[in-house]
Design a protein around this ligand. Structure first.
Ligand code: SF4
Ligand code: ZN
Ligand code: ZN
Length: 306
């Protein structure tokens, strides 16, 4: 089968929802173009510092690879990798090492922070404390909020204009569906609108329109070495359940993931924007409510230091 774009080369990938066939070169160009369009000229320009959350997984490294290509030639702009070590035995160290290797190979500056130095506990320790107290808490629910807070702090320290997160189309569709199903309109609004607060670095998601399978293809085509092992806690997550359902829908109805995300983006204009953010009364960091989610969680575990 010939490539639908250049009409010359043999295609290697059939995109089901569009019916297009891509050769390797056209596919790589297509992904980069799509990411460029997602970010736009207001973000890819001079005098920008972009912090990138790097886990060492395929999404964050593909994002870093593309952003590095976009920003390297732009004068007075730079990117910096922000790596968070949650402290997950037998898993995270490998990811961190892959992220560091990647940064060294592509000459990207990086900073590392750990849960331990930031809140005094590893994720594994937090999970154990919750278990000992018979609290049924999903590790992902608190891992995510703590990491988010640390990344924001790192991005502020580095004076970043934006914080780039490697969420792909699948991640977006899952997050949207989870909030729909839980009926959590506030969380839906937060997912789509960034809070307007100088203490909160605006987040960008360069891969939000690229499905996971295409991120994977891109990484393999460009021989990007990424951390493949899944997090030991990931199968326990509600997200994993939602992901299976969405994958099934996509299989039977190609384009479902796009329509979940584009429908949500249309809905966004009707969702309330948080005008001002409060400051958490314990840690003084930006928070949608009086107490931020991290402090709330630490309080529940009985380990909040105030
Ligand atoms: Fe954290 Fe869950 Fe991701 Fe593991 S899968 S790193 S626990 S958010
Ligand atoms: Zn082609
Ligand atoms: Zn707090």
């Amino acid at each position: 089968m010939k490539c639908s774009i250049c009409k010359k080369n043999i295609s290697f990938y059939h995109q089901r929802h569009s019916g297009l066939n891509f050769c390797k070169e056209c596919f790589v160009k297509y992904i980069k173009k799509k990411v460029r369009k997602t970010l736009g000229k207001n973000i890819i320009k001079q005098n920008m510092t972009i912090g990138m959350g790097l886990s060492g997984g395929k999404d964050s490294l593909v994002m870093a690879y593309i952003l590095n290509e976009f920003y390297k030639p732009i004068p007075n702009s730079n990117i910096i990798a922000l790596i968070v070590d949650e402290g997950i035995e037998g898993f995270r160290k490998d990811g961190v090492n892959m992220a560091i290797k990647f940064c060294e190979e592509y000459d990207i500056a990086y900073k590392i922070a750990t849960f331990k130095e930031y809140i005094g506990y590893d994720l594994d320790e937090l999970v154990k404390i919750a278990k000992d107290k018979n609290l049924t808490m999903n590790p992902c629910s608190f891992c995510g909020v703590i990491r988010r807070k640390i990344l924001n702090k790192m991005a502020l320290n580095e004076k970043c204009n934006y914080l780039a997160i490697g969420h792909n189309l699948d991640d977006m569709a899952q997050a949207i569906m989870m909030n729909y199903i839980e009926g959590d309109v506030k969380k839906l609004a937060i997912l789509g609108h960034d809070a307007n607060n100088p203490m909160f670095v605006k987040r960008i998601k360069p891969l939000k329109y690229i499905p996971e399978n295409e991120v994977l293809l891109f990484a393999d085509l460009l021989e990007i070495k990424y951390h493949k092992a899944p997090c030991p806690y990931s199968s326990m997550s509600y997200r994993a359940e939602i992901s299976d359902i969405i994958d099934k829908l996509e299989e039977n109805h190609p384009g479902t993931k796009y329509s979940i995300v584009s429908g949500f983006e249309k809905l966004l204009e009707y969702l309330p924007v948080e005008k001002e953010m409060n400051v958490c009364k314990y840690c003084n960091e930006p928070s949608a409510s009086e107490i931020c989610k991290v402090c709330m969680f630490l309080e529940k575990l009985g380990i909040l230091n105030v």
